[in-house]
Design a protein. Sequence first.
Length: 338
Amino acid sequence: MTTEKKTTASAQATGPEGQNDLESMLKDLRGAAPAGSPVAGQRCGLIAIVGKPNVGKSTLLNALVGQKISITSSKAQTTRHRITGIHSQGASQFVFVDTPGFQTRHQNALNRSLNKTVLGAVGDVDLILFVVEAGMFNQADAKVLDLLSKDIPTLLVANKLDQVTRRADIAPWLQEMQQRRAFAEFVPMSAKNAKDIQRLLGICERFLPEQAWWYAEDELTDRSEKFLASETVREKLFRLTGDELPYTSTVVIDKFEEEPGRGKQKRLLKIAATIVVERDTHKAMVIGDKGERIKRIGTETRVELERLLDAKVFIELWVKVRSGWADDEARVRSFGYQ
């Protein structure tokens, strides 16, 4: 696909103080839309979602797909795998790739694996969504931006716009960002705003090549149910331990069996998972007083998986200590990180 690279911008026409200044700024930045327009027939393309840790990439992916497929957490560096989310709308199919936040600190074996995943995801896509927090740009953002090919159209997605109290502050920031990279378009938005999500989909659609869809219309992800189970356990683990537990803790699925359901349930899933931590103190933290915390992790995981997978779920959780695993290349690979 040939796309004329022109700097354009997009924003809602509503907002608090300073919105008129923001609109004016965006109008000044706006140019012509990419050459060409959608024609009859199918469109399909690969769109990478990249950015530093904790800028809302997974929340954005879930909103774009319309269902939760990537875990979210207030803890930075939660996403560790390339997660593909699929959204089919009209004649277009959007194949989104959520990547781990690029790691600029603690270069252990795990983080080297995560960075390799990021670089692999952005090398051969049709469009890149470079996600930052609206009004903010620091050294970690700059390091991610430097990784991105200038030959691939890139949208600057200024996320968390709802947290900006003065919209007028965004205008000079946009001017600064314009000097950093010839972004194909600026998109100030909030991943929690349904109208913003639809606006972003409309912008992305212009960059999709005309070709047959890669997936069936009802598919939402290329990840297995076993993988989703592992990620759901890990999300509940981080949410219920807060900042107490190091991000290097992980989850391994030991058993994932499916049986015919009984009564109204179509099927039954039996899952056994091991939570891997690096110290005995971390193990005690996960188990909690009289086992209450690990019991709650299991309960919340079961409830969410039953909703996501439309099945009755039985889950058993264990905790094991594996000191230094995040620095061990072989063990990192054995836990599913490439």
